[in-house]
Design a protein around this ligand. Structure first.
Ligand code: DHE
Length: 558
């Protein structure tokens, strides 16, 4: 499934791709192919020194397919230009040295530390694995830009503000709605948490990634990997898509303005590509401005690719904290100012990824997963206050906040690269001696965790192991006891598939877990007893991933 934007993008990629295939074929001494322009030949010669082995070149159609797969499955970790981030760089020279069979083995089986077993897990066919192994030995195609005019052409205001309800039209508890991402279907399902009934099934962007709630909770924002933002109004009898726009070619993050006086007013979309953020009107998605991001790293190096990772909206100032993955800065964007400028670049750590606020909303704690650190930013004073060594590739989602019996308020992270829950002090005023230091390390049964979650009313912290290389491990969820400071229980939550991501209902009494597979399931537990109370499965429940409760997401409850 491709959007028109992606097709156009891929046509351009394919055009470059054909040129590269021909050029690399010439370098390798392979025959065949049409005449091609000199620029492409030069580009190949400049960037690769290791000759391409015979029979590796892809034809036009194969290159287009491989580019599509790469941008869908691989670019997120390895970078659109393959310079590496959460995953290592995949430069053609090195890939050519490895050669096709070794690359096929890695793509098929995955690697400990987070590389998914794409073939073994059934995401890629044998043919696709082979195509990707050959594609990686080619020069990466450069994706095109997207300016304000082009973005505005994609803007589709389906229902203007004056045609929307002025009060909630539903008698359901819309503030307790649960938005569930159906990743590979490009849809979002919305459930009422209490009745567990599906109230809407809506089309969104491609491989939709996360949902965020507006401050009032009335609107869900969905972001597709194709850069499409979808605005969903929950006040209709049936939640309804009221506007769409595509501000990036590739994106992972979206957030609204949450500060008093600016509630629901603006939306920011952070791009993986092009290197920019885009601001939209919060009620219509009308594009307002595009801001390029600085390309210099915290070490002063000029970078070819800087992607926007997590974005968090402060509740106490009119700012967003915007994590710049490759450069290692956290940019503070002030939406009370004309043009929505970056007002401060705070040195964090390189390869920033996901994170969230402490319980006061002052400290933004974000993983620099290639440095095995959590970075803590004081959003109020706009400075970095700590780098915490937690373990191999921390990956917390937005993290979890609770009061430890010994160490006061703490935060925590799970890890992709090792089975460990690292708990660190997060109370610089009440417990300064423990603040931003690891106070507990809890061994988990396997590596491969992506998310942990809690609720202020819950006695537990839940962890998954989605990317574990062993299939059984990837189905296991665990709960940690806040009171005892130890692991309480682990069990296999899913039949086949992978367990991924947690979300509580509004009251913190029930927890939803996804079984991430094409025949997906939502497994709902009573949080007190940890007993399963419902398992939802249906043909339309395709690859459920993230789940977002309106109250918890609007108020940053985690
Ligand atoms: Fe995510 C959060 C990037 C793969 C599910 N993911 C995030 C954030 C980023 C990110 C930057 C933080 C957003 C924010 O807070 O503003 N994710 C990436 C990638 O680059 C990566 C590694 C590869 C890719 O190509 O996208 C990636 N992510 C995945 C998955 O494979 C997951 C499990 C399922 C999917 O969508 O394909 C996945 N990511 C999620 C979820 C969140 C998330 C559910 C939000 C967690 C939360 O509770 O807020």
């Amino acid at each position: 499934m491709r959007t028109p934007g992606w097709s156009a993008h891929l046509r351009k990629i394919a055009a470059v791709g054909l040129a590269v295939v021909v050029a690399t074929a010439l370098v390798a001494g392979c025959g065949g192919g049409d005449d091609d322009d000199d620029a492409a030949e030069e580009r190949t010669e400049e960037t690769t020194t290791v000759p391409l082995a015979e029979g590796v070149a892809l034809n036009d159609e194969e290159f287009e397919d491989a580019s599509d797969i790469f941008f869908r499955q691989c670019a997120g970790c390895h970078g659109a230009l393959r310079v590496g981030a959460t995953g290592p760089p995949l430069q053609p020279d090195v890939m050519r040295t490895r050669q096709t069979p070794a690359l096929e083995a890695i793509i098929h089986n995955g690697l400990p530390g987070g590389m998914p077993p794409w073939g073994k897990a059934g995401f890629l066919t044998e043919d696709e694995v082979n195509k990707m192994a050959r594609f990686l030995q080619m020069d990466p195609p450069e994706p095109p830009g997207l300016d304000l005019e082009e973005i505005t052409e994609t803007w589709d205001l389906k229902i203007p503000v004056d045609e929307r309800p002025t009060s909630p039209q539903t008698t359901r508890d819309w503030q307790d709605y649960m938005g569930v991402i159906l990743r590979d279907a490009g849809k979002v399902a919305i459930f009422e948490s209490g009745s567990k009934k599906r109230v809407a099934l809506l089309d969104t962007g491609y491989a939709v990634h996360i949902l965020r709630s507006s401050k009032s909770g009335r609107y869900f924002y969905a972001i597709g990997r194709d850069g499409k933002v979808t605005l969903i109004d929950l006040w209709f009898e049936t939640p309804t898509v009221v506007a769409e726009v595509k501000g990036c070619i590739d994106a992972r993050s979206v957030e609204g303005s949450k500060y008093e006086g600016f509630e629901d007013k603006f939306i920011i979309e952070g791009c993986y590509w092009p290197m920019q953020y885009v601001i939209f009107d919060g009620l219509t998605l009308e594009p307002k401005t595009v801001v390029p991001i600085p390309q210099e790293s915290i070490q002063g190096e000029e970078l070819d690719e800087v992607r926007i990772a997590a974005i968090a909206a402060s509740h106490s100032a009119p700012v967003w904290a915007v994590a710049l993955k490759e450069s290692g800065y956290v940019a503070i964007v002030d939406y009370s100012k004309d043009d929505f400028p970056i007002v401060k670049m705070i040195e964090g750590q390189r390869f920033l990824h996901d994170g969230g606020f402490d319980r006061t909303g002052r400290y933004f704690s974000i993983a620099a997963n290639m440095e095995n650190q959590m970075v803590v930013i004081d959003v109020e004073n706009q400075e970095r206050v700590a780098l915490i060594d937690t373990g191999n590739k921390p990956h917390p989602g937005r993290g979890a906040n609770w009061k430890d019996p010994e160490y006061g308020w703490v935060m925590a992270t799970t890890h992709m690269g090792e089975g460990k829950l690292a708990v660190y002090g997060a109370d610089p005023e009440g417990n300064p001696e423990h603040a931003w230091k690891v106070v507990r390390e809890i061994e988990l049964p396997s590596a491969g965790a992506l998310f942990l979650k809690t609720h202020e009313k819950s006695p537990w912290v839940w962890t998954d192991a989605t990317l574990a290389t062993n299939e059984e491990d990837s189905r296991r969820v665990c709960v940690y006891s806040k009171a005892k400071g130890e692991l309480h229980k682990c069990w296999l939550a899913t039949n086949g598939g992978r367990g991924v991501h947690f979300e509580y209902n509004k009251d913190g009494t029930e927890v939803w877990v996804s079984n991430w597979t094409r025949k997906g399931e939502l497994i709902i537990y009573d949080d007190k007893s940890l007993k399963e109370i419902k398992r939802i499965s249906a043909p339309w429940l395709v690859t459920p991933t993230g789940k977002f409760n309106v109250h918890n997401t609007a108020n940053d409850v985690y």
